[in-house]
Design a protein around this ligand. Structure first.
Ligand code: ZN
Length: 396
């Protein structure tokens, strides 16, 4: 299956790069441990502090504190539901995060519109970033880094500079955009590189896409931040289904055996664990918020998880004292991966006679469902819509 065939979203706006959400290594040096997680399992506590220019940033200290919590909780859950290669000896996201005063010793500073003169000079033109994660030092023995996450303010001299972006993003949607950009930047702290398209959390252009004015009407703050390391859960809340245009709905009614007159469909995935059995449940309704009927179910087992992409990797230096032999110097170890898992099973329709083999391809929080219908292999049941800029079933 080609990813072009299975594009998670069909809203492709033309936006060029603003170098948003970049990751930089300290001092401009390109060490091989440059992308290591800032903290491995030997670090039990991370002390972080917050600096904010409350006049210009666009939201309050209390507000950024709660969005930092949301972003940290997001990653904790993602790492708990992630897949690591068998025998992997690095673990991330296991720490307690403790907020301290910036005057005290700390490992990570969240800087909201605040930069020292040296930081400002090293970023050259900070206003070209929406957010940036900078590792300032790295201890090659304990494999522990120090650094900062900087988000540009919405106002003032340092405000993010691009007329395509929403002018006052950080206060919008109860902080959803702020938490999402923080989650992207924290992903780099946990050792994740850029991966995926602009609608995926760790996609290089995710922050600028999220804040793009043309995309604003598609942002749905009631939905969770897109999954990165866990498998998609579909539209897992009642009343959050997709109401599809008639031509697409016709196909969907046929495939899932929905009652005639169905306008909306909602899929839920329940995972025993990433590589074990998942259950698909399909619901239909005649309106977005109308009562839903369970119309089909399928138990699916993993048939392929071979093409997974390395997510977190750690380069071991000769001086490291964290991971025991046989792992040795100059070896890159793989931690949690960006999942690519295919599951397969029989779908049983409840409202109509149907029993067919289906497969679901899970890729970093996206899910593509397909199967054989009337002798024809269909890769993505929802892809037949040409008129609707669809969200697909890409949700957490
Ligand atoms: Zn980034």
């Amino acid at each position: 299956m080609k990813s072009s065939l299975l594009a998670a979203l069909t809203i492709f706006l033309s936006v060029s790069s603003l170098h948003a959400g970049s990751i930089q290594s300290g001092g401009g040096e390109d060490f091989e441990d440059r992308l290591n997680p800032w903290f491995l399992q030997n670090t039990e506590e991370v002390r972080y502090c917050i600096k904010i220019d409350q006049k210009n940033f666009g939201t309050s200290l209390a507000h950024v504190e709660s969005q930092i919590q949301s972003a940290l909780e997001y990653w904790k859950a993602e790492f708990q539901n992630s897949i690591s290669p068998v025998g992997s000896s690095i673990r991330v996201g296991t720490q307690r995060f403790l907020q301290v005063d910036c005057g005290e010793a700390h490992d990570l500073a969240f800087q909201f519109g605040v930069l020292s003169a040296a930081q400002k000079a090293s970023l050259e033109k900070p206003s070209r970033y929406i957010g940036v994660t900078v590792r300032e030092s790295y201890d090659v023995s304990s494999l522990k880094a120090k650094g900062y996450i900087y988000l540009s303010p919405a106002f003032g001299d340092l405000k993010y500079e691009d007329e395509r972006l929403i002018p006052n993003a950080w206060a919008l949607h109860g902080g959803y955009l702020l938490a999402s950009v923080l989650a992207h930047e924290l992903g780099h702290v946990f050792g994740l590189p850029h991966n995926g398209g602009r609608f995926q959390l760790m996609g290089q252009q995710f922050p600028e896409q999220l804040l793009n004015q043309n995309y604003a009407r598609w942002v749905d703050p009631s939905r969770p931040i897109p999954a990165t390391l866990s498998l998609a859960r579909g539209d897992s809340r009642a009343g959050q289904g997709q109401c599809l245009p008639d031509p697409t709905m016709k196909t969907v009614i046929r495939i899932f055996g929905l009652p005639a007159g169905s306008k909306c469909v909602r899929l839920e995935y329940h995972h025993q664990s990433p590589l074990k059995v998942s259950e698909l449940r399909v619901f239909s309704s005649t309106s977005k918020t109308g009562p839903e009927t369970l119309v089909a179910t399928a138990a699916m087992r993993t048939v392929d998880a071979t093409s997974s992409i390395a997510g977190v990797t750690a380069w071991l230096t000769p001086a490291q004292r964290v991971v025991k032999l046989p792992y040795s110097n100059g070896q890159r170890l793989i931690g949690p991966i960006f999942p690519e898992v295919t599951k397969q099973g029989f779908m049983i329709c409840r409202m109509a006679e149907c029993r067919r083999e289906i497969f679901v391809r899970f890729e970093s929080g996206s899910a593509f469902i397909g199967g054989v219908v009337d002798g024809q292999l269909i890769y993505d049941f929802f892809a037949s819509s040409e008129e609707m800029p669809r969200r697909s079933i890409r949700s957490n």
